[in-house]
Design a protein around this ligand. Structure first.
Ligand SMILES: C[S@@+](CC[C@H](N)C(=O)[O-])C[C@H]1O[C@@H](n2cnc3c(N)ncnc32)[C@H](O)[C@@H]1O
Length: 391
């Protein structure tokens, strides 16, 4: 027989807990002549059994049900499923903390946040000490704040010496230029990259093309090409962000943006650039769109992670119209334009081995090429030649 204090010691519970269990009928004491409660060996074993059931995650009420009658499998199954969920949530919390401490990849977290709350994601990155250029590249390229610098160094090494940072061709650019009713004399090329289109526009308009990019290296490449083509009087270079274009309103007859509007979000870009275009002026912009309502699942999940805002032609046209532009014409970028980008990139990466890169940059580019090679029927780049509405 055990006194309550002895029993409490044996099972590691407090007196008040034992009294509560007694009240629930889980154990029962006998009163001695001196008024002390005593408990039997059966009570001790009953408590041990209860503790084993509790260790399985059952609540006290559930334990009681198990003790009183045959185990209810559906109750156990319910508890089991709830526990599995709790474990998965805890595992997620653990992974996130590990990632934030630099012990694991933050990619999944950045991607999820970016598709659910892109604005808050960007603002949070700025608070973590990244400048806007870094934060935007983190969002689109490295997708991991712990790997960012390292990733970007690898990324730049891969693209070093290549003229194109995205698909494009002289024929497509000129088709868009000649779709304009008049040849613009003042043009702003936003996100000009290494400037193949800038040079073409300067040659074919004879006006002034301002080439804006926030990457010094790209502008240095373009500067050399401008000099080599004797176009200094027709091209002005500007290192600035597309999110804060440093010009007065109505400064340009046309804005050109090949493969760059997505960086600040297609809709945001159209909204914020509109004021720099003269009344009745033009915006020529290209963007990735879905060519089918039912893309294959591999392509769909790749772009959900890499460009969650990608949509159909119909949706793009309707947002363009609601943002104060008229579609003059729109056409898909040619196969040849894709080859201009993918061909040299394939050759470049064939010279490089994954072992030389400890970041994911090379693996990511290989994945992207693979997706283009297998699924380009499901999506593509679309050129939009737009006129600013007067309203
Ligand atoms: C995919 S490339 C397109 C380059 C070029 N328009 C073409 O079609 O080859 C995107 C370009 O946008 C530039 N860029 C990225 N973020 C930018 C920003 N916030 N402001 C200005 N340029 C930016 C990059 O440096 C890069 O040159």
């Amino acid at each position: 027989m055990y006194r309550i204090s002895e029993l409490a010691l044996k099972v590691g519970l407090s007196r008040s807990t034992l009294l509560y269990y007694e009240k629930l009928g889980l154990i029962s004491s006998q009163r001695q002549a001196n008024g002390y409660r005593t408990y039997s060996e059966h009570d001790l074993q009953q408590l041990k059994l209860l503790q084993q059931l509790q260790a399985g995650g059952l609540t006290l009420k559930e334990c009681q049900a198990c003790l009183e009658t045959r185990i209810d499998r559906s109750l156990l199954l319910e508890r089991f499923q709830a526990l599995e969920q709790e474990i998965a949530q805890k595992q997620q919390s653990r992974d996130l903390l590990a990632a934030m401490l630099g012990k694991a990849s933050m990619r999944g977290w950045h991607q999820a946040l970016d598709s659910q709350a892109p604005g808050a994601h960007l603002a949070w990155l700025l608070k973590q000490g990244f400048n806007e250029k870094q934060a935007l590249r983190l969002k689109w390229l490295s997708k991991d704040m712990n790997e960012h610098d390292h990733y970007m160094a690898d990324f730049e090494r891969i693209f070093d010496g290549l003229d194109r940072l995205g698909p494009g061709s002289a024929e497509d650019t000129l088709q868009a230029l000649y779709a304009l009713p008049t040849v613009p004399q003042s043009l702003l090329d936003i996100g000009c990259g290494r400037g193949l289109s800038t040079l073409l526009l300067a040659k074919h308009t004879q006006g002034l093309v301002t080439a804006l990019d926030n990457d010094e290296y790209n502008l240095t490449c373009l500067k050399e090409a401008v000099a080599a083509n004797a176009l200094e009087d027709h091209v002005q270079l500007l290192c600035a962000s597309m999110t804060e274009v440093p010009f007065e309103g109505s400064s340009f007859e046309a804005i050109w943006a090949e493969g760059s509007a997505y960086i600040m979000g297609f809709g945001n870009a159209l909204k914020s650039w509109r004021r720099f275009i003269r009344p009745q002026g033009f915006l020529v912009v290209s963007d990735l769109i879905w060519l089918t309502d039912n893309p294959r699942s591999e392509a769909s999940s790749f772009w959900q992670k890499n460009y969650p805002g990608m949509t159909t032609l119909e949706n793009r046209v309707s947002s363009i119209t609601s943002l104060g532009y008229r579609v003059v014409c729109s056409f898909p970028l040619s196969q040849h334009a894709w080859e201009n980008y993918l061909g040299p990139l394939r050759e470049k990466i064939a010279e490089l081995s994954v072992q030389e890169f400890s970041s994911k940059a090379l693996a990511d580019i290989k994945d992207e090429i693979d997706i283009h090679e297998r699924f380009l029927d499901d999506y593509g780049y679309q050129f939009f030649v737009l006129q600013k509405n007067s309203a």
